[in-house]
Design a binder for this molecule. Structure first.
Ligand code: TXA
Ligand code: MG
Length: 325
């Protein structure tokens, strides 16, 4: 199959493919998604096949307006309040599913993740398809999520007919997944909508802290956000440099990645991730994909555990399998 990349002029064609039961990759503000008609089980199955995704990992249902949510989920007052506060944007709410939504989307769960993306391409595609779009990130399973159309092409070439290129993703990491089906709202995956932000609207929110084996969000137990080369986190610039020199002495091609100015020694290969945490989130996956093509050891600065940096660290701990030097 030939995989075409089109700009927003490809949205009409994308909508037609979705209506006919096919799959299409499209830009969102977080990462690129790989979408299918959420009410067409056969179409949804194609997503799992193209990604090589484990069957027990549910998909997020993308909507264009709050009214759409009721087609797939039971909307609660809290859900409406949070959608009004943060949507369209990088927040996915886990709610009770409606029976009309096939279990193929939720991997057999009675709950469903609902998200209203902000990016024009995603919104127009949903509206023109006249359905809701089930979509995971458009990477091959276990690979880093794509934040450019070219990343999607690297992973999905020959497997999907169309990629709708909406430019570089503004947020750069996946949406916050908040489970509203328990007694206390629980963040299953931290993202750009942070616990600090949610606490302005909810009396209580907890971060999921537990054994990944029995994770309430099936996706959490898989190796995610991983570059194909070794990756470690560094507590200080000094420990990063020490590891860099040790690896180089062994003949390894090492690189250090961090906030602007983390390493000032010009003789060291250093990848600047940006100054603010928003910039770091936006650049992270693209820089990781670039680095893994050139280097075989990536040493990344350990960031704080506050606000957006908490979400960045959530990804980096998985990338490094928790190795901090
Ligand atoms: O930003 C995003 O959320 C992107 C864009 C494309 O919207 N999508 C995305 O999808 O990251 P995916 O499939 O790569 O990650 C969805 C995560 C998985 O960890 C999955 O297990 C979890 O959300 N999830 C989905 N439905 C769930 C449910 N009903 N209960 C618990 N976790 C759920
Ligand atoms: Mg994913």
């Amino acid at each position: 199959m030939e995989t075409k990349i089109k700009g927003i002029d490809g949205i009409e064609e994308g909508a037609r493919i979705i209506k006919e039961g096919g799959i299409v990759a499209f830009a969102t503000e977080t990462v690129y998604g790989l979408g299918a008609d959420a009410f067409n089980e056969k179409a949804v199955a194609k997503i799992f096949e193209a990604k090589g995704r484990p069957q027990d990992n549910p998909l997020i249902v993308h909507i264009a307006g709050i009214e759409d949510a009721q087609r797939a989920a039971e909307l609660t007052d809290t859900a409406v309040k949070l959608f009004k506060a943060f949507s369209p944007g990088p927040l996915t709410l886990v709610l009770k599913k409606k029976k009309e939504l096939p279990y193929a989307v939720t991997a057999g769960l009675d709950t469903v993740g609902i998200r209203m993306p902000r990016h024009y391409a995603a919104r127009a595609l949903i509206q023109k398809s006249q359905t809701l779009i089930a979509a995971p990130s458009a990477n091959s399973s276990t690979r880093i999520s794509p934040t450019t159309a070219l990343h999607v092409y690297e992973d999905m070439r020959g497997k999907i007919p169309l990629i709708i290129d909406g430019g570089d993703c503004a947020v750069g990491i996946e949406s916050t997944v908040l489970d509203l089906t328990g007694n206390t709202p629980q963040i299953l995956r931290p993202g750009a909508v942070t616990i600090e932000m949610l606490l302005k609207y909810l009396p209580e929110v907890k971060n999921f802290q537990g054994e990944i084996k029995t994770a309430p969000s099936p996706g959490m137990k898989y190796k995610h956000y991983a570059p194909i080369v070794d990756c470690v986190l560094s507590r200080t610039a000094l420990s990063a440099l020490k590891e860099y020199k040790r690896a180089r002495a062994e003949g390894k091609k090492a690189v250090i990645m961090g906030r602007k100015g983390y390493i000032s020694d010009k003789s060291v290969d250093f990848i600047d991730l940006g100054q603010t945490s928003e910039q770091i989130a936006r650049n992270l996956y693209r820089k990781m994909r670039e680095a893994e093509k050139i280097y075989n050891l990536i040493i990344i600065e350990e960031f704080s555990r506050k606000d957006l940096e908490y979400s960045i660290m959530n990804r980096l701990i998985k990338s490094s399998q928790g190795v901090i030097i």
